[in-house]
Design a protein. Sequence first.
Length: 114
Amino acid sequence: MNAQADTLESAPATPALGEGADLLGGKTGQNLDMVLDIPINLSLELGHTRMSIRELLRLTQGSVVKLDRPGGDPLDILVNGCLVARGEVVVVNDRFGVRITDIVSQEERVRRLR
């Protein structure tokens, strides 16, 4: 696994979309269409906590679960369980949303795989 990560780390930077990026070995946009409809799981994490099963079973409506992050910290944005960005909660037309505040660099994503 480390050899694979080392290979990824030494690979040249990939051009951004719209800058002639050859994403899948073909002409720009031509092969990209093949992956655009693949479903992903996007999740947002406010924080974590550990509790016993006893504590879990004692939770009732109105219980408050204290998380490991202070209020106001950015939340993690994960794609298929991998951190890709951070953001802040916003309300748009009475619905929750997230404003992206930071995109995780490719180097950091590779480092987290180790």
